[in-house]
Ligand binder design. Structure first.
Ligand code: CA
Length: 234
């Protein structure tokens, strides 16, 4: 009898609880409060989102500034590297054919030819090719020198130094009979742009000589100083 009464009482309490919840949700008088609460929450989220967007924008601006600074430093570093570029070469002419002594004549030919000083002694910076052509890697003032040798009788001897298609230096002599050997040297300072080419030419009708075993006919050059100076920018 007591157990039955307790069961009914429990069932009644559960029904009352259910009814209460239903009434709570159905209570229209609470809706304005809920609306206000949700509106306030929405405003909070909106403000938080705006703050995040502003922070993101600030970070993007800082990133842009840092990227621009990095680019500036990169350009300055490149100019510093160019300013301290190491360029120097020396090469000796080798005869295309030679006798027992190792000496061989080159020329005369029916047209000017480039003298390829193919035995490279020094080529710091790699601006000189074994085809005989030096190509300026940076704008600057360069020093060039050469020594030419001839072993010939009654012949026109000599060489010229070229900058692109322009003749810069010429040494020559009409060799007298009995005056068989000659050396000649000359030097020049040239202001070059990037890509300018400097090389030696054997003029049409001229001849020179070289040795297989001795460096008697040479061509050398080096960068005196670069014109990519940056001190004015600091
Ligand atoms: Ca002579």
């Amino acid at each position: 009898m007591h157990l039955v009464k307790a069961a009914r009482s429990f069932e009644q309490r559960r029904c009352v609880k259910k009814l209460g919840s239903a009434e709570l949700y159905a209570n229209e008088s609470d809706q304005p409060n809920k609306l206000n609460f949700l509106t306030a929450q929405l405003e909070t989220y909106k403000n938080q989102m705006q703050k995040i967007q502003e922070d993101h924008k600030d970070q993007q601006n800082k990133l842009n500034i840092l990227t621009a600074q990095l680019e500036t430093y990169k350009n300055q570093m490149q100019k510093i590297q160019e300013d301290h570029k190491e360029v120097a070469f020396s090469a000796a002419l080798q005869p295309s054919s030679w006798g027992n002594s190792g000496y061989g004549k080159m020329g005369p030919f029916g047209t000017d030819i480039t003298l390829a000083h193919g035995k490279i002694l020094t080529n710091v910076g790699g601006a000189y090719s074994n085809k005989g052509v030096f190509t300026a890697p940076v704008k600057g003032v360069y020093f060039f020198t050469f020594t030419t040798y001839s072993w010939a009788a009654e012949a026109d001897i000599g060489v010229k130094l070229m900058k692109n298609n322009e003749e810069v230096l010429l040494v020559w002599e009409t060799q007298d009979k009995g005056d068989n050997e000659d050396y000649a040297s000359n030097s020049v300072l040239l202001e070059l742009e990037v890509g300018d080419k400097v090389y030696m030419r054997l003029p049409k009708g001229y001849q020179v000589a070289a040795s297989k075993y001795s460096n008697i006919h040479t061509f050398s050059g080096f960068l005196l100083y670069s014109r990519a100076r940056i001190h004015k920018e600091f």
